[in-house]
Design a binder for this molecule. Sequence first.
Ligand SMILES: *Cc1c(COP(=O)(O)O)cnc(C)c1O
Length: 362
Amino acid sequence: MHRRDTLTKAIVTVDLGKVRDNASRVVSHLPGIDVIAVTKVTCGSPEVGAAMLAGGAVALGESRLENVERLRAAGVTAPIWLLRAPTPDLAGEAVRLAEISLESELETVVALDRAGERQSRRHGVVAMVDLGDLREGMVPAHLPAFVAAVEPLRHLDLVGVGVNLTCYGAIVPDEDNLGRLAALGADVERLTGRPLRYLSGGNSGSIGMVICGRMPAAVNTLRIGETILLGVDTLTREPALDLHLDAITVSAPVIECQLKPSLPIGTSAQDAFGNRPAFADRGERRRAICALGRQDAPPEGLRPLDPRVRVLGASSDHLILDVEDLERPPALGESLAFVPNYAATLQLFTSPYVHKVFTPPA
Ligand SMILES: *Cc1c(COP(=O)(O)O)cnc(C)c1O
């Protein structure tokens, strides 16, 4: 590794032991439910996927084919669910790389069937219904016709019915929408005359329904990313299930540390992003600048590990911090660490400027 990579770059550190621990705690809180662990926020990291599987996840979930390719190239042999439907022209890739995909368009499913025939490989389809969140999924009224059209296809198995909630419309999983999912699953079983392998009741946001005993019994799988990786309940972003909250951290080196007034001086216009910032006058304060910026992560999504440090803001490449309350000002080159939220995690993993480090399971 080039010396510059470790010395002056921002570094995301994934504690794989904590990821594995979180996965196993989530699995143990969800009896009777298969956990599909979702790696997409880490760009399909094989290390993270392996830790989730070691913690008891039965399969991995990914939204991008490039990420599935990365997992496969690293030797992951566990079943992979493709969470974002491919376009029909990518059906061949989907069948080659993933065992199961979430689908809502008949044209794509027909393309998957043809690809399955060409590759002599079977592919499982989970029919997605939209129960109010308004991201992917067909309206429930279209499900019977979809099932009737998919059943005769010879290289596909309709293996389940699923829903996604709390993503776009921020709709909370409850007895009403998940009860409707269970009823739709029963309808499909009546139509096909055989049991469905999977009734997939959503993402991290659906864990709470299981914990409080309100999850319909028929729901037997959840697709979980954020709660395993960040340890939070995604409906409130509060700590959940006594999980590790710092399995993923980011550190960035200090490049300047000086006493400055807390109010900018001069006539105020727009900042670099077109906002008109407001400032509180707290007098002269010691400020540090870290080599991390909006190009890497939104500063609102970074919580300093040391609660005496406050994030003031960021431009594209400079993270500005109030470090007045630290007993000893940080030295130049010393790194300060943060816990990123979901949006920041997503961007940090995607940024080519941020070095990624995986510490092996304890
Ligand atoms: C991203 C995604 C998930 C995982 O969501 P989390 O909130 O991270 O648990 C589950 N299902 C689908 C379809 C997704 O796209």
